[in-house]
Design a binder for this molecule. Structure first.
Ligand code: ASP
Length: 472
């Protein structure tokens, strides 16, 4: 007999079916044995009647054992329905039972929301923690959101392209994670802080519209609710205006909410556009919570912050740095010629604004992007203003400057965080509740026990010697 899922049972009333799953709970009621059987689609009550061939075996069952149950789908007797579950008016009268696997008593309970359990415990046993209904819902919804993004962008002519994970440093304002090369001792790959340069090079390559559900890696000191690796919807377009990028994101986010989260309301339609300077003056931070009712988790106050400064002064390093990243296009409101503009940039790094925008929602930054500088001479000047010497520029960015000599289209894009979006949409207190296998706030994977040491032969092959073990 072919296995069916619990959410299909309503179509099988009066028929014999085969179900497979986990024993959610077991109850003995007088002579009858009841279990709630759970699969990925729900829970249903199974009853084992005395003297049936499976009764004695059913008495052995314990929570989380894995079973196959064959039985007849009956309507529950009147008054015995359970309105709390979807199959509450049905029960399975078991005719056959196979125990596929047993389970030890679980080290954490999984029948609650789980917030009351210490996170160290939950993360150590994440594969069990994930059996919890709340986390099942979070990850399944996350899948729906990502699928929606993929379909939406595909329909708009975007193509999904994977970019390398083993690559070279690309500046996004954080430290790189590095991977030593075995073949070239003393050389290192960097894990991408974002696919920024690759997506721009895909515009040089003529794809015009790219997206990726991209993993990004940033080695930052623990700062709030962040993860060393996180997922962004990353996209890039050729020939867009700033408004075209913003409208695309606005349309996508509005449709995600309206289709998948109909219980939520969007405060501003269209999303408001706010000037960075005014936002700072009024709210003293660049990601204000603009909800009319700050206690309403179902209100979504999306807004775009625009007109960021291009550079900020880094006192510790005594140099100008890009507020976003150096590939951002500086605004040239007076339409200065290339030569005049390069001079202007050099003399007024404190005054220049950028074609940069952030998407914010309910006090969180959900993402950011910009129109890019595609003129290699201006881009070169930006690198110089940031304190790079000519040979450093050649070494770090020579490839992109050269690429921009071969017919680069004007381009721009954005990247928005998926973990944080899901946190807000699922009303969760942390992004760790929306990621299957998150790391702790201090960057450890407690289940796999990473980071961990590697053996001596591996170190030798890599040409690496460890000094001051355990210290940084
Ligand atoms: N690469 C940028 C980031 O990760 C986004 C972008 O400019 O498109 O923040």
């Amino acid at each position: 007999m072919e296995r069916i899922f619990i959410n299909q049972l309503k179509n099988y009333l009066g028929q014999e079916v085969l179900l497979k799953g986990w024993v959610d709970t077991r109850r003995d009621h007088g002579k009858l044995v009841f279990i709630d059987l759970r699969d990925k689609t729900g829970v249903v009550q199974v009853v084992f009647i005395p003297h049936s061939s499976v009764y004695e075996q059913a008495k052995e069952l314990r929570g989380e054992w894995v079973v196959a149950v064959q039985g007849k789908v009956n309507k529950r007797p009147e008054g015995m329905e359970n309105p709390k579950i979807e199959t509450g008016n049905l029960e399975i009268e078991a005719t056959d039972l196979t125990i596929l696997n047993q389970s030890q008593t679980l080290p954490i309970s999984i029948d609650t929301e789980g917030y009351e359990i210490g996170e160290e415990h939950r993360l150590k046993y994440r594969y069990l923690d994930l059996r919890r209904l709340r986390l099942q819902k979070n990850l399944r919804k996350r899948h729906e959101v990502i699928l929606f993004m993929r379909n939406f962008l595909t329909n708009k002519g975007f193509v999904e392209i994977e970019t390398p994970i083993l690559t070279k440093s690309t500046p996004e304002g954080a430290r790189d994670y590095v991977v030593p090369s075995r073949l070239y001792h003393g050389k290192f790959y960097a894990l991408p802080q974002s696919p920024q340069q690759y997506k721009q090079l895909l515009m040089v390559a003529g794809f015009e519209r790219y997206f990726q559900i991209a993993r990004c890696f940033r080695d930052e000191d623990t700062r709030g609710d962040r993860q060393p690796e996180f997922t962004q919807l990353d996209l890039e377009m050729s020939f867009p205006t700033e408004e075209e990028v913003l409208n695309l994101i606005e349309d996508l986010y509005t449709k995600i909410v309206e289709t998948l989260f109909p219980e939520k309301t969007i405060t501003f339609k269209p999303f408001v556009r706010l000037n960075y300077q005014e936002v700072i003056e009024k709210y003293h931070n660049d990601k204000p919570d603009l909800r009319k009712d700050k206690n309403n988790p179902n209100e979504l106050a999306f807004a775009f912050v625009v007109n960021f400064p291009m550079f900020e002064w880094k006192e510790t390093e005594k140099r100008w740095d890009a507020v976003h990243h150096p590939f951002t296009k500086a605004q040239n409101p007076q339409n200065l010629s290339e030569e005049e503009f390069i001079k202007y940039l050099e003399n007024n790094p404190d005054k220049v604004l950028a074609h940069q925008y952030d998407l914010v929602c309910n006090g969180y930054e959900l993402g950011g992007g910009s129109i890019r500088e595609h003129n290699p001479r201006i881009l070169q000047k930006v690198f110089e203003i940031m304190g790079n010497k000519p040979e450093e520029i050649r070494e770090k960015f020579g490839h992109i400057l050269e690429a921009f000599e071969y017919g680069v289209p004007p381009h721009g894009g954005i990247a928005t965080g998926i973990d944080r979006l899901m946190m807000i949409l699922m009303n969760e207190p942390s992004i760790r509740e929306t990621i299957a296998f998150p790391k702790t706030g201090d960057g450890r994977d407690l289940m796999m026990n990473a980071p961990s040491e590697i053996d001596k032969t591996q170190l030798k092959e890599l040409g690496i010697e460890i000094k001051n073990k355990g210290q940084n």
